[in-house]
Design a protein around this ligand. Sequence first.
Ligand code: FAD
Length: 407
Amino acid sequence: MSTVIDSPEIGSTAADAATPEFFTGSTTDFFSYEDLLTPEERQLVAQARAVFERDVRPVVAEHWNNATFPFEIVPALTALNLVELCARGNNFLLHGFMTLELSRVDASISTFVGVHSGLFAAAIAQLGTDDQRERYLDDAISLRKIGAFALTEPEHGSDVSRNMETTATRSGDSWTLNGVKRWIGSGTFASNVLVWARDTADDQIKGFIVSAALDGFTAEKIENKIALRIVQNATITLENVVVAERDRLPGATSFRDTNRLLTNSRVWVGWQTVGLQFAAYDCALRYALDRQQFGKPIASFQLVQEKLVRMLENATTSLGTMVRIAQLQQTGTLRPEHAAMAKASASTRMRESVALGRSVLGGNGISTSWGMARIFADAEALYTYEGSYEINTLVVGRAITGISAFQ
Ligand SMILES: Cc1cc2nc3c(=O)[nH]c(=O)nc-3n(C[C@H](O)[C@H](O)[C@H](O)COP(=O)(O)OP(=O)(O)OC[C@H]3O[C@@H](n4cnc5c(N)ncnc54)[C@H](O)[C@@H]3O)c2cc1C
């Protein structure tokens, strides 16, 4: 990984700080996990990092404050081929490091890419027909058309698989969908939304590719979020929306199929939590070296050093976990409880890391002008989505005891 990032949001005093000689890239990737990539893969990560720094970092703070989406950066993301790497690729470690680097620059943009590629495009790639792949995948991979993933409902989040209210009723070669979905990332501008609905005939949950242009489809932006403000989450209402049978995903005949997708998406959220921890660490370390109190940089105080070391320990431990998870994915031996434990543990460490980082910045830690507040707030969304900490913990609890605490 790179050296600490020269963030414009950090403010002029920190940006002017001298970088000590020992302060090199290997300091951040403390155990040199990136060495597990081939030289070519490392080159790809370095290229992506440069693009994120050049095209993403300069615009995100303002968009975050305004809760708007930076459409202007999409071409730069397209050029990196991130969607294909996630949806059709099988290089899990490389994908993990890419996710880490993007999240390190901005968690909202990383969420936008993750939902589009890891949930929408991957679902079509893995559970769709050749016809669906032909009609939807190229546009998705090139980010010409954005996809969303609609599972959660206003009354059902953690228990949505058991109590989903959205229905799909078949009549000949078409289905009629009715229901409301909540929190749908990119839902305000996505061209197509993968909607999960309960088949009124067999009670099983099925997936449908729904065009946002269909009659009866409406999306309303969720306002006043304190996290991932760039992500345009929507409440989507489906009122007698008619979808063709050819747009039903045949590979998803029960929630078990959805769960397979969610296991992999839990993994990229785990990588996001690592990126966010390094973002917090980068920001706190720069600040601590620059900020003077009692006539010295605050980095010279033992209690501040302890915070910085704890943040680096948390981030490094989480990274080690995610590297092992990528190896399990690569060998096809990843189980849902592995992904659940990784996400639960990394997101708990993340929450501690961003709180420590925020305190290192003192009062400036609560102003989005200094970067840390955005990181601090975004961590809350990551802690909750793709299975909250509690639900992921209970998935592991079920695996080790044989008893499900959340039936
Ligand atoms: C920014 C953001 C983006 C999102 N994007 C999407 C998206 O694109 N598509 C989509 O479908 N969804 C999306 N979600 C929804 C997300 O997946 C849900 O928020 C999550 O599953 C939790 O559901 P809930 O918010 O309804 O909380 P609830 O399920 O109501 O849970 C509330 C609290 O109760 C706890 N809890 C629930 N059941 C138990 C139990 N049995 N034991 C112990 N504790 C329990 C939870 O852990 C949590 O702390 C997004 C959410 C956010 C915040």
